[in-house]
Design a protein around this ligand. Structure first.
Ligand code: GLP
Length: 240
């Protein structure tokens, strides 16, 4: 894994944005696997500004997202579908029909997972963006998830519920389950870009880079990927 340490969050966001803009310019019909969470907010802000200033076009780009809370409709203020629309899609020229995310309110979990796996197979990702959970999760693949996992419904760990409660007001409001792309599917992307910012990620970053490759720390699987880049700010990289 290539590790880039930036001075701060702004520089992390600049570096990530540069990578994605370069990719979209060189391959206008790129398939991007994108992520939610606070970490990519600066990156999305920069993609939107670059679109406004330089017109980098996403008309032929397709985006397939990692995860979605179970039972939240796409219109819910905390759904990841809404997050993506507000933070990125409504601010660039991507076509709504070219964006994909799990349907949190699908009638059958099994069919929804199958539908998503077929989509992932049909749309090989040129780049997969990831955030990092403070417990080492990627997407909603919590510690203990099989490295062979495909799309599934995950039970969120207590630490993830606590981490994500800040966005819901109260921990009791956080859905306890979520659809997530599996670890095997993440590893199929041609390139992976993982971002980590802040002191609360320092242990997970250290475990991912220096610990053993183990299902106890899902992000450690990324060391087996041939083209994976970590961009971490100084705080997140402090324990390396
Ligand atoms: C969430 C999401 C992940 C995200 C991670 C880190 O639970 N499911 O996709 O990468 O946790 O979030 P944040 O960037 O807000 O720290």
């Amino acid at each position: 894994m290539k590790v880039i340490v930036t001075e701060d969050y702004a520089a992390l966001s600049d570096a990530a944005a540069e990578m994605i803009v370069e990719l979209v310019k060189s391959k206008p019909d790129a398939v991007l696997g994108l992520a939610t969470g606070e970490t990519p907010l600066g990156l999305y802000e920069r993609l939107a500004s670059d679109f406004k200033a330089n017109g980098t076009s996403y008309k032929s780009v397709r985006v397939i997202n990692l995860d979605e809370y179970k039972d939240l409709p796409a219109s819910h203020p905390q759904s990841y579908a809404r997050f993506m629309r507000e933070r990125l899609f409504d601010r660039i020229d991507i076509q709504a029909g070219n964006t994909y995310i799990e349907n949190g309110t699908a009638e059958s979990e099994e069919e929804e997972c199958r539908r998503y796996d077929l989509l992932l197979d049909k749309m090989p990702r040129d780049l997969q963006l990831l955030g990092l959970g403070s417990n080492g999760h990627i997407a909603f693949n919590e510690p203990g998830t099989s490295f062979d996992s495909t799309t599934h419904v995950a039970e969120l760990s207590e630490s993830t519920l606590r981490d994500n409660a800040r966005l819901f007001g109260d921990i009791s409001e956080v859905p306890r389950k979520a659809y997530t792309v599996g670890l095997e599917s993440i590893m199929q992307a041609k390139k992976i870009l993982i971002l980590a910012s802040g002191a609360n990620k320092a242990d997970a970053v250290r475990g991912m880079i220096r610990g053993e490759i183990s299902e106890n720390l899902p992000a450690s699987i990324l060391r087996r990927h041939a083209d994976c880049v970590l961009i971490a700010d100084g705080e997140a990289a402090a324990k390396l």
